[in-house]
Design a protein around this ligand. Structure first.
Ligand code: NAD
Length: 318
């Protein structure tokens, strides 16, 4: 059935790919203040777009007057280093902004509210992380505010009976994400490598992460919308595969077919995570999620997107 779907943060790296998929079958509303997103990502797509903040109630009034039945709440102050530099803005957007969207969604009696949380709500584990292993020592204001958002979502589910679902995303990457000061390592490293710049690795290079191609992130988001089993639940995304930075660099060298110069520096003060790998047992079992794109294929597609959009010449603006 054709739904009216609101995607907050719909011009962002993940939001825009989700919107591109959803418009094929649904009416899509987007709210984005473009603080870290790119309108170019939505160009040519049949969306109704409001440029503004999820903290602005007048704007939310207008948007919810369009009667969305599903909300994907992706708008967020992104991400760790940004929150260390601007902790109040982080709390304002990720805390109060999330609460306001939840309140409007409750009044609108939406059929599904999907919240994108983050693997950073886990502490430091030396094994694949399950959903019940949330840590107590969180490293950054962003980790605190994303977990805070989860608590609000749980409250709205339990007290107001709102049909919610929470996804904890693990290092999503792919086409649609431009390089930038506060962006993720993958677009920044591709950009620097393409421009012949030396890459700075913070740590030994043996630190691991679970890199998820954006199409698989979108698959997980859509499963949270369509499957009733998702209601009231929290799921990891990811691949279940740990990749060290050194292995990632080998893969990037092979995709770019070029040498990449690297220097190693001590880890950033707030970065204590040496290993990160998702246990995707729950989402696979309950929602039927399957990883479809491996790292090399995902990197190839991301590099193709860089070439097609001439992102090597892009000027970093934040
Ligand atoms: N990319 C990842 O690896 C990752 C990992 C964990 C969690 N997440 C979460 O997934 C979601 C999407 O992440 P992304 O990678 O697409 O980030 P992104 O920065 O590309 O997207 C976030 C979007 O929200 C918009 N936005 C920011 N503040 C806003 C505000 N006050 N009002 C309206 N819009 C606002 C930005 O302009 C941007 O378009 C976020 O909630 C993020 O916390 C992402």
């Amino acid at each position: 059935m054709k739904e009216t779907i609101l995607v907050t943060g719909g011009a962002g790296a993940i939001g825009s790919r989700l919107v591109k998929d959803l418009v094929q079958a649904h009416r899509v509303l987007v709210v984005d203040d473009l603080s870290s997103g790119w309108f170019d990502n939505l160009r040519g797509l049949p969306v109704e777009f409001w440029r503004g903040s999820v903290t602005d109630e007048e704007l939310l009034n207008e948007v919810f007057a369009e009667n969305p039945t599903v909300v994907f709440h992706l708008a967020a102050n992104f991400a760790n280093q940004n929150s260390v530099d601007y902790p109040q803005k982080d709390l304002l957007v990720n805390g109060l902004g999330t609460l306001k969207v939840l309140e409007f969604a409750r009044k609108a009696k939406v059929k599904r509210f999907v919240y994108t949380s983050s693997s950073c709500v886990y502490g430091n584990f030396n094994e694949p992380i399950r959903e019940d292993m949330v840590g107590e020592a969180l490293d950054t204001p962003y980790a605190i505010s994303k977990l805070n958002g989860e608590h609000y979502v749980r409250f709205f589910h339990e007290y107001h009976r709102m049909p919610t679902a929470v996804l904890r995303l693990f290092n999503s990457y792919g086409p649609g994400e431009y390089p930038g000061k506060y962006r993720n390592v993958i677009p920044n490293f591709i950009y620097m490598a393409m421009n012949g710049q030396k890459l700075t690795i913070t740590g030994t290079g043996e630190e691991t992460r679970d890199y998820t191609y954006v199409d698989d992130t979108i698959q997980a988001l859509k499963l949270c919308m369509i499957r009733d089993e998702a209601v009231g639940q929290i799921f990891n995304t990811g691949t279940g595969i740990e990749t060290s930075m050194n292995r990632f660099l080998d893969c990037l060298r092979s995709v770019l077919q070029s040498e990449i110069a690297v220097e190693y520096q001590p880890r950033r003060d707030w970065d204590s995570i040496t290993r990160r790998c998702s246990d995707i047992g729950k989402i696979s079992r309950v929602l039927g999620y399957k990883t479809t794109v491996d790292l090399e294929t995902g990197l190839r597609r991301t590099v193709d997107w860089f070439h097609q959009n001439d992102i090597r010449r892009f000027r970093m603006y934040n």
